[in-house]
Write a protein that binds this ligand. Structure first.
Ligand SMILES: *Cc1c(COP(=O)(O)O)cnc(C)c1O
Length: 394
């Protein structure tokens, strides 16, 4: 595979690439140049919610590309406004800012929080242990994992971490100086770990007492991934700011910050901006994504299929003691093993099914939200085969 060798020569070695050369994608499947078919139960890291080559996404991209691909944010752009309406309608927020990526949404939210904090005399920003906010310096400042932070310090001042799901630690660290708490309601990269009800309740009452902002990072978990529009909707809680990204551009780079009027009012002309953020082609594709995923029939299908996936995996767990826990919600599932998950994931790939290994022992499953029984059956069958042959090998 010449091109793989070439890549290794030419690129900074930041990505360990899969040994596949993809020709094209179709629905839930990827096809290699050699004509092999792979079932993609990872969806390009939760980006390809409608799978590959979705006709409506392609049509929206084609139509918009013919009108204009870029204008700059000097102009009001119809696709931006339409997607904004769409996103805000499905959430209880009033204002939006479009970015190019997840980490740019985190950075923007941090700046918004800082400015809000200036007026309210609050300085401290907290992230969660085991969380993931992105790779830029602000994001890294509210993360705690050495894996991502090593060698990049010093980080931003007045940033700290609260132990995820530790109510005592939360109570100890939050005070009048707290400006914001950033939180994934289901940690993705960290191993698909949901926040506990107790933690959310404690956060809610502390917020009432001290008056800080809660920023929900819905970059991975947002837009129907967990069966609800946002993962925080599984709780009786409403955040002050939400960041989204991965699926909202239909595969094109796009992110957003959503906020209520009370926080949005701290931003005025020129205080924040981006050249590419809110690209009109990405926004046109995004509108199709949101409309398709929030259609009643799609919601019902998703609910049914997520329940089916969960029950099939539970059956697998009963058969294989190596599975210690199944976590998550909707189509954001982590299967925790009593062993390293990487070899299992590698073996599944060899058998034509793409899933992801994260947090050392977790098999992360993020199917396209259009996946149906046939795909789920194939996933579970191959998973079972691999666990079974792993047992025999051990
Ligand atoms: C992927 C991800 C990010 C970062 O998004 P990028 O587009 O890679 O910068 C931030 N937070 C969460 C929860 C993510 O899953």
């Amino acid at each position: 595979m010449d091109i793989l060798d070439n890549e290794a020569k030419l690129f900074f070695k930041t990505y360990k690439r899969l040994p596949l050369l993809i020709e094209r994608g179709e629905g839930c499947y990827l096809f290699t140049k050699d004509g092999d078919r792979y079932l993609d139960m990872f969806s390009g890291l939760a980006v390809n919610a409608l799978g590959y080559n979705h006709p409506k996404v392609i049509a929206a991209i084609e139509q918009q590309a013919k009108k204009y691909i870029h204008l700059s944010n000097f102009f009001v752009q119809e696709p931006q406004v339409e997607l904004a309406e769409c996103l805000l309608r499905h959430s209880k927020f009033q204002k939006i800012f479009f970015t190019n990526s997840g980490t740019e949404a985190t950075e923007g939210a941090m700046k918004l929080v800082r400015k809000w904090g200036k007026t309210n005399k609050k300085t401290k920003i907290f992230g969660m242990t085991n969380g993931f906010s992105g790779r830029s310096m602000g994001s890294l400042s509210i993360m705690d994992k050495d894996k991502y932070r090593d060698g990049y310090g010093p980080f931003l001042e007045n940033c700290g971490h609260i132990i995820f799901n530790d109510v005592e630690d939360l109570r100890t660290k939050i005070d009048d100086s707290t400006a914001a708490v950033f939180l994934e309601f289901i940690q993705g990269e960290g191993g698909v770990i949901p926040v506990s009800k107790e933690f959310v309740n404690a956060l809610d009452s502390l917020r009432s007492r001290f008056g800080f902002l809660v920023v929900a990072d819905e970059i991975q978990s947002g837009i129907m991934r967990t069966g609800k529009f946002f993962a925080y909707e599984h709780f009786d809680f409403h955040p002050d700011i939400v960041t989204v990204a991965k699926p909202i551009g239909g595969g094109l780079p796009l992110g957003a910050i959503l906020g209520n009027d009370a926080v949005a009012c701290v931003w005025s002309y020129g205080v924040h901006g981006t050249t590419f953020g809110g690209n009109p082609v990405a926004c046109a594709a995004g509108k199709v994504v949101i409309e398709t995923l929030t259609a009643e029939s799609m919601k019902n299908q998703l609910k049914e299929m997520a329940a089916y996936l969960y029950s099939q995996l539970t059956t697998l767990k009963e058969e294989f003691a190596i599975i210690t826990e199944i976590r998550g919600s909707g189509f954001m599932i982590g299967v925790d093993l009593s062993t390293d998950s990487a070899p299992i994931v590698e073996e599944m790939l060899a058998r034509g099914v793409l899933v992801n290994s994260t947090a050392k022992t977790v098999v992360r499953i993020l199917p396209p939200l259009i996946a149906e029984k046939k795909e789920i059956d194939a996933l579970v069958r191959v998973f079972g085969e691999v666990l079974s042959s792993n047992l025999k090998g051990a």
